[in-house]
Design a protein around this ligand. Sequence first.
Ligand code: SF4
Length: 393
Amino acid sequence: MSQPAAAALAQLVERAEALAYDVEYSAVRAWKERHPGALAIGFVPVWAPRELIAACGALPVGVVGGGDKVEIIKGDACYQSYVCHLPRSVVELGLNGRLDCLDGMLFPSICDVIRNLSGVWKLLFPNKLSHYLDLPQDFDPEIGGDFFRAELAQLVELLVARGARRPTPASWRQAITEHNENRHLVEELHALRREQPWRVPTSEAYVVARAGCVLPATEHSALLRDYLALVRAVPRAPLDNARVVVAGAFCEQPPLDLLKTLERAGCYIVGDDFLLAPRFVRADVPLEGDPLAAIANTWLAHAQPHASVWTRAGTKGDDLVALARKAGAEGVLFAAPSFCDPALLDQPMQEAACGRAGLPHMHFKYSENSGQFQGIREQAGTFADAIKLWSGA
Ligand code: SF4
C-alpha cells in the first residue's frame, strides 16, 4: 500500500467526518467571519436551489438533523411520539443556539412534518427568515414551470430583503457553474462506488458527501477531487460481498454506524438515496437564458422520481429497479426512518416493483440516533449470505 496516500486518505476522511457531524456548524461560522454581512441559509432535506442562494452571495447549508450528537430535551415538546426524529433534533439545534449562525431556513415541501416544522420555526424564531418552499407537481413548463419560477423569484426577493445581494448575470453564471461542477463530482463519486465499491466504502463516501452540507460548492468540489484521487491511488482488495441498494433514507439520515454495520455484514452499498440535494436534479442547469427559468425547467425535466415528486400511476418503483440494474445490485435494503410517511407509503409499491424484477429485498427501520444495530447486522448478514448462496439476481 502506498503509505503516504493511505495516510492522506485517512486524514481526509477524518476531516470530512468532523465537518459532516459538527453540530456547532464551525465551518459555517468561519465562512461568515470571512464574508462579513453575507447570509447563511439552511435547508432541510431533500432539495433546495443551492445555486440561487449562492448567486445571492449567501452560503447554502444543508441541515440534516442532529443524529446522535444532540440530546433531545425541548424538541420533543413540539412533536407527537409517532413522528420521526429529524424535526425534533432540528428544533433542538435551533433552540440550543447551534443554528444561530443561520440567517434563515428553507423547508421544501416533502411531507406534512416538514410543512409543520416551517410553521414551528416561524413561531420559535420570528426574527429569522423561515420559508416553506413549494415544489411543483405539474410538469408542464407553462404551468408548473411558471409556478416554480415565481416561487424562486419570490425567494430571491426574500433573501434580498434580508440583506443578500441581488444576483447579477456574473453571480448567476458563477454559482450555476460551480454547482454544476459539484454535481458532476458527486456523480463521479457514486459512479466509482458503483464500479469498484471495495475502493469507495459507503461509510467513507457518505461523510465526504455530507461534508458538502456546510461548505461552499468550490471547497466541497476540492474535497471530492482529493478524495477521488486518493482512493484511486490506494490499493484496496475486493471482498465477496453482496451488492445492494439502500432505499428510503432520503430525509432523516441513517447513523454512520448503521452504514458501517451493513458493510461489516457483507454488503457493498452500490446505490442509495442519502443526501440527495446535490444530485436531486440529474442534469446541468443551463447557463444561457433566464437563470430562474433555467433552474425551474431543469428541475421539471430532470428531478429524480421521488416520494416528494408526483409519479405517474403504476410507475412507482421503476426508478429504484433501474438504479439497482445500473448499479449491478443483487438486492435492495429498504431502510426507512421510523414514522417516515413518504418512505413507508412508497415502500409497498417499490417492494412490488422489486418483486416483479426478481430483486431480493428486505426492510428495517432506524432513527438518526439509533445506537443498537445487532438485530440489523444479523438480518443484513443473513440477507447478504442468502444472495451469495442462492440468488440468481
Ligand atoms: S423523515 Fe420522513 S416524515 Fe420525517 S420529516 Fe423527513 S420525509 Fe418527513
